[in-house]
Design a protein around this ligand. Structure first.
Ligand code: MCN
Length: 803
């Protein structure tokens, strides 16, 4: 495996493959998830959910439910109307005229998707609450449901009739210089392709469904919310706004969280219900989501139709790009629903040197389906899919190898920092290097030769090699850029480093890990900086009282923003310790250096004081410089100057059985460049997980709805999350191009695998079948879909007719 050296700093803890310190508690089952909490006296909440995708609520009779033993209260939406100070929050009004109908935790007059909340029960146990739900009698007046995106655009049936349209917004990215340039380039192009891709809806299916416990304090109105969330800090602010609860009386805690993948980057009805009802009743309220409930009541991801046009000159050099996107919002806007396509808008040009001839437009439409929102990659896997599939289509059109076409278009290393066609500046990259490592690992030329002998006329097992390259925009994000996109929060992150009297260290971080290993990574950064053992560092997080400042975890932001903040806080605390050391050593501050955990007089290494002695001196405060506060603690709030720009090349080798439609993934190669790696073991784990999620979109997963808006894949028997046995051999290579934007030289990696994988797999499948005339295969590429694609291309008559 070709691996370039890991540049590391300090003692070399950074860059080492330290086992994750958070794992023992998870592996032994000792970790406490929200639903594990024992809360005496709690009422259990259950939500009655609409069985119709689109209906008017005619009447609700709760009397039978209310009389059941153990039932404490039953509420309809109308009963609860006074509890809401504002509608459910959407933090991203992407245009000024974006339509966003008010949405409350429980519906009042109409339901707009299967799973929409209609009434709630509070009872002494979950079982009683669920039984009581069944005893509520609701009369609905159902109407046609809008379940198809293109049908939604036609406004044939309106999801929210008072809006007069299903279109919420249209957002364009056509910068001034490109005006006219796009059409001129298409007019002059030697080659063009025009493609249509469908990003099926995906169900995030985190291993732990959502769970909530709200506990009011006995006096004074304070309340603590325990919830399986990625965003305790954002949630606290949003609850304060939506419920009118004074923010200083709210504490939000995310205990152990069993994955989120973006789906727990949201403000959910049940969180608001538990807080509001625990205040109303003065008792703890808890709610636990069932697996099938999770499939409809937690957001879904993707759900886009992409139209992608490329123009190229005779050499295949890209000259212009036009993207038209229709994005499925679902029935309502959740926290950042409308912004997801914008996160992709900046990446359709991928890793390619596209002139300023880029025209992007997206339209967000309502449907009678579960709301969509962030799902691993959020907009960026979709963008990468479109450009990488279209590059293969262009290669076919021109008649050259897809990797060669990519090479002709790569942004070259000397072009960085590179101002992209979108106006954003990519800080660094070396795409040819990543592609070359991947090609070596998969033995690209040998595979092409194998294909030539295997994919001959009559062959029913055909080899396909798929390439996908990507640039990712992560580390979200500079606050000013977020402001320019109308996003209503900042992109900074906070960290405190506190050296305790015995030289053990506490780190307080505003990130909120839920599987990414921040406790280990942040300990390694601190250990490296302070010259101590990572075991001597404790990382405190995910509790807004312990860590009051933070912007939480999503968008692969935690290391390039939060981890960098930790590193900066170390620098700051060292500076303070240096003042104490200089005072005690009777030296000039400027003459001291901090090396291997001790302060030394530069040039006189024998004259030194260990950090531990300074830590104790700060505690006793017996002999500190005048005016210096007696603590060794530093806080940093870091707003990054740019996004973080990881990149990479993935390649996939498949064998497709044309008689059964079965796909065998023979080899998968991922080369992801995320700059310096704090912990390669964690990075590899993140890439593995991401690749499998991307591969799952390509081969297995898809939220399947009937035309009435019923989800047909609401259990794990129907929704095909890959099992360990479905995971192909994955070979990882890496290149290391340190980020010049931050002091650690790091870029995020949490979504990279997902971004690279789906196009690599689908390009491989289409490559395998291209000799049979297949140009595209829809995701998920199930055996049935593949068989039909082959049959259709070959015009075979099947028992069901011509397919
Ligand atoms: N890392 C590193 N060196 C790098 C980059 C990252 O050592 N150059 C390490 C970091 O120190 C951190 C981990 O990799 O321990 C991920 O860091 P980062 O890329 O900053 O991503 P975040 O921590 O912000 O995680 C968010 C990302 C996203 S957006 C989704 S979605 C996702 C993902 O992480 N959801 C996950 N990975 C997940 N992993 C698990 N187990 N569960 C989820 O829900």
């Amino acid at each position: 495996m070709t691996i370039t050296e890991d540049p590391s700093t300090g003692t070399g803890v950074i860059g080492s493959r330290l086992l994750r310190k958070e794992d023992p508690v998870l592996l032994t089952g000792e970790a406490v998830f929200t639903n594990d909490m024992k809360v005496p006296g709690a009422f259990h909440l259950a939500v009655l959910r609409s069985p119709y995708a689109h209906a008017t609520i005619v009447s609700i009779d709760t009397s039978a439910a209310a009389e059941m033993p153990g039932v404490r209260a039953v509420y309809t939406g109308a009963d609860l109307a006074d509890l809401w100070a504002a509608p459910m929050p959407c933090a991203w009004a992407v245009t000024e005229d974006m339509l966003n109908p008010p949405h409350h935790p429980i519906a009042t007059d109409a339901v707009n998707f299967v799973g929409d909340g209609v009434a709630v029960v509070l009872a002494d146990s979950d079982a009683i609450a669920h039984d009581a739900i069944d005893a509520i009698d609701v009369t609905y007046d159902p109407s046609d449901a809008v379940t198809d995106l293109e049908d939604a655009l036609s406004d044939r049936v309106l999801v929210h009739s008072d809006l007069g349209t299903n279109t919420s917004y249209t957002w364009n990215l056509l910068i001034e210089e490109t005006d006219g340039a796009v059409q001129r380039a298409f007019d002059k192009a030697a080659h063009t392709v025009s493609e249509r891709y469908v990003q099926q809806r995906l169900i995030p299916m985190a291993m732990e469904p959502r769970a909530v416990v709200a506990i009011p304090q006995p006096f004074g109105g304070d309340i603590t919310l325990y919830t399986s969330t990625q965003i305790p800090h954002v949630l606290k602010v949003m609850i304060a706004v939506t419920l009118g609860v004074p923010e200083h009386q709210l504490r939000v805690v995310a205990p152990a969280v069993g994955g989120g993948f973006g789906s727990k980057l949201d403000v959910y009805a049940e969180e608001l219900l538990c807080v509001a009802l625990s205040r109303k009743h003065g008792v703890p309220i808890r709610w636990n989501e069932t697996r099938s409930e999770n499939a409809v009541a937690t957001i879904q991801g993707r759900g886009q139709i992409q139209r992608m046009e490329l123009a190229a000159d005779a050499n295949g050099k890209l000259t212009a790009m036009r993207v038209r996107l229709t994005a499925d919002m679902g029935a309502y806007m959740q926290l950042i629903t409308p912004g997801i396509p914008l996160l992709g808008a900046f990446l359709y040009a991928g890793v390619y040197d596209l002139p300023k001839a880029y025209d992007f437009s997206c339209t967000g439409v309502f449907t009678n389906l579960t709301p969509t929102d962030a799902y691993r990659g959020a907009g960026r896997p979709e963008a990468t899919y479109a450009i990488e599939r279209a590059m293969d289509a262009l290669a076919t059109e021109i008649g050259i190898d897809p990797l060669e076409l990519r090479r002709r278009n790569f942004i070259q290393p000397e072009q960085f920092p590179y101002e992209a066609c979108t106006g954003l500046v990519y800080d660094s990259g070396d795409h040819d290097k990543a592609a070359t490592i991947a090609a070596d690992l998969i033995d690209y030329q040998a595979v092409r030769a194998r294909q030539a002998t295997q994919n001959v006329a009559g062959s029913t097992r055909r080899l396909g090699l798929g390439v996908s390259t990507y640039f990712e925009m992560c580390g979200l994000a500079p606050s000013r850029v977020l402001a320019s996109l109308n996003y209503s929060a900042g992109g900074w992150e906070a960290a405190t480093v506190r050296i305790l009297p015995t030289a053990k260290v506490q780190v307080v971080t505003g990130t909120s890990p839920h599987g990414q290993g921040h406790e280990t990574s942040w300990s390694m950064i601190v250990a490296d900086k302070l010259g101590i053992d990572p075991a001597d560092v404790d990382v405190l997080h995910s509790d807004t009282t312990i860590a009051p400042l933070g912007m939480d975890t999503y968008g692969s932001r935690s290391l390039p923003v939060g981890g960098v903040a930790v590193s900066m806080a170390c620098d700051k605390v060292i500076e303070k310790a240096k003042q104490i050391a200089a005072h005690q050593m009777e030296a000039n501050v400027d003459d001291l250096e901090f090396v291997d955990g001790e302060f030394r007089v530069t040039g006189t290494p024998s004259k030194s004081t260990p950090l531990a002695a300074i830590a104790f001196a700060a505690f006793t405060a017996h002999d500190l410089p005048d005016g210096l506060e007696p603590n060794l603690e530093a806080q940093v709030t870091y707003d990054p100057p740019n996004f973080s720009w990881p990149f990479g090349t993935h390649m996939c080798l498949v064998e497709v059985d044309t008689e059964t439609g079965d796909v065998d993934v023979l080899q998968y190669v991922a080369v992801d460049d995320c700059g310096n790696q704090v912990n390669p073991l964690i990075v590899e784990g993140q890439v593995h997980g991401g690749v499998i999620q991307g591969l799952a979109q390509a081969l297995y997963e898809g939220a399947d709805y009937d035309t009435d808006g019923n989800l047909r894949t609401s259990t794990l028997a129907d929704y095909l999350v890959p099992a360990a046995s479905d995971v192909p051999p994955i070979t990882l290579g890496r290149s290391v191009t340190p980020s010049p934007t931050n002091s650690l030289g790091v870029k995020g990696v949490g979504e990279a695998g997902t971004i690279g994988a789906a196009p690599a797999v689908m390009n491989a499948i289409v490559d395998a079948l291209s000799g049979l005339g297949v140009r595209d295969v829809a995701m998920p590429a199930s055996p049935n879909t593949i068989w039909n694609a082959v049959a259709s291309a070959q015009s075979i008559t099947t028992p069901g007719g011509t397919q």
